[in-house]
Design a protein around this ligand. Sequence first.
Ligand code: GS8
Length: 220
Amino acid sequence: MSADKVVLLDFWVSSFALRVKIALLEKNIEFEVLHEDLLGNKSELLLRSNPIHKKVPVLLPDNKPICESLIIMNYIEEKWLSPALLPKCPYERSVIRFWADFVDKKLFEGGRSTWMSKGEALETAKIEFIEILKQLEGFLGEKNFFNGDSFGFLDIVIFPMTSWFPAYEQCGGFKVDDECPNLATWIKRCMERESVSKVLPDPVKVYEFVSMMRKMHGLE
Ligand code: GS8
């Protein structure tokens, strides 16, 4: 591996890995993607690079592993300064980091509870998930982007999670457009960005993946 080669250990449907791809594209950094088979056949490189969690994404700049998507995003922001994805003001940065943490703790878990349940549990999960979406929409308000005027760090943290929304909608029988119209408009706005459209997984394939996982867990 050459001195400044950047390698990403990826899984095509991972919203955490998608964050890293979008951030690198926004910074115009060339990178090589190594696809992982997470369902039973993780590579030696992944196990060696992330021995604690054994999860993707892992970024390997200069062959040195960095794990955890938010930590990787902070590395990318500090290593390649332009264009800046975080605001300069420390207070504004802390607000963005609060919502990034909210997304990992609440939105991700809420989504998971939706597609990993059925019957009454699914109904409860769906109500909670919509509540989480409304909290996010409240923070978005009338802004064009979560980051503020322009697409940035927080948009990159949140947007990848939305690639699973069509699958959640199908499982739960609801529509994000009906529940959170501003959020739905923001999703469409983000999809127009080149960094996003280049790496966004096909929603039909995501749904098929979710459906396969539901069958594996005896939910369908
Ligand atoms: C989550 C990564 C993760 O869950 C981050 O990078 O932000 N907090 C971490 N990765 C999943 C794929 S996406 O759902 C993963 O690698 N799973 C493999 C496994 O659990 O064995």
